[in-house]
Design a protein around this ligand. Structure first.
Ligand SMILES: [Ca+2]
Length: 318
């Protein structure tokens, strides 16, 4: 007698369960936002908090990403090439430059417009913004602020002296909860996973051939992207008409990893009690197994595809 039987799936219901809601991304501005009213050649000027001031120009997000930056320039001052720098306090009035932007040009805004430039510069809470210009550095009065008499390269630590001129540089900093270096609000469409910056992929599980063997149900499944697969379910029957229900759990055990679009065969063992029941059941009758095929992708988002499998009776004809 053939022991192997291939069955069509009685029904299949695709279900998608999302348990990880997209994080709400916060953003804020770093910098004093003052308007440049002068320039000085060969100076790096930082924005540091002021004693007694309720405001702070430091980066607040941790981790964060500078997604744009700007310098407001007073009318009549002209055009200036400027470069934003990110600095960390090194103690004793010293600061280390950890990152910098591209060099951009700022001037008095025509008709009140403010030019800001896009950037993607990871920062930490407490980082300071600095400004330097190859020809001259823009500043605004109203210090005190740390000043160094020259450019500072990324990685260098320099001793700054307090001066009466502030930096007019301002930056928009967004949270980066998945720490992928992309601002979660405007640059990262999947802020719950560092693996994706495009929309988070949702699981799309396909179930192929289902085979009932003597001791197991074999299920072919695949997902649109890399995923970990498991199958869990149950078989129920009554010991006798109107008698108590018996419920037997089904499980594949540890998850099986598979690349996207690559079929994997899941083996759902038939417990002895279920096999015994099938041995007592005439061939014209059957038990039904309800099985959830689960795939968790790399986001990680879980998906479920429910199938129902007919398990024919195995009692030989008398
Ligand atoms: Ca991010």
């Amino acid at each position: 007698m053939p022991r192997r039987l291939v069955l069509a799936i009685a029904s299949s219901i695709a279900a998608l369960a999302l348990t990880a809601p997209a994080a709400f991304a916060g953003s804020s501005e770093a910098g004093w936002g003052c308007t440049a009213n002068g320039s000085e050649a060969g100076a790096t000027v930082l924005s540091t908090p002021e004693d007694g001031s309720p405001y702070s120009p430091l980066a607040k997000e941790n981790p964060g990403v500078i997604v744009s930056w700007t310098v407001r320039v007073e009318a009549g001052l002209g055009q200036f090439a400027q470069q934003l720098g990110v600095f960390r306090p090194a103690g004793n009035g010293e600061y280390t430059k950890v990152a910098e932007s591209a060099v951009e040009t700022f001037g008095p805004p025509p008709a009140g417009e403010l030019t800001s430039y896009p950037a993607r510069i990871p920062v930490q809470q407490g980082d300071l913004l600095g400004l330097y210009g190859p020809e001259a550095t823009l500043y605004c009065f109203g210090g005190p602020a740390p000043r160094f008499g020259g450019p500072v390269a990324v990685g260098e630590t320099k001793a700054f002296a307090m001066d009466g001129r502030r930096s007019p540089v301002n930056a928009v900093v967004e949270e980066d909860l998945d720490r992928d270096g992309y601002g979660d609000f405007s640059q990262d469409r999947c802020p719950v996973s560092a693996l994706f910056q495009t929309d988070c992929p949702l699981p799309a599980i396909a179930v192929g051939k289902v085979t009932v063997k003597q001791r197991a149900i074999l299920i072919e499944a695949s997902n649109n992207t890399d995923a970990a697969f498991q199958a869990v379910g149950e078989i129920r029957w009554r010991k006798a008409p109107g008698g108590p229900k018996v419920r037997v759990g089904l499980n594949t055990g540890p998850a099986t990893q598979a690349a996207g679009q690559t079929p994997v065969t899941l083996r759902v063992a038939l417990p002895r009690s279920a096999r015994n029941r099938l041995e007592q059941l005439p061939r014209r009758r059957w038990l039904q197994a309800r099985i959830d095929v689960r795939a968790t992708n790399l986001v990680p988002y879980p998906g479920t595809h429910e199938i129902k499998v007919k398990l024919p009776g195995r009692k030989p004809v008398q």
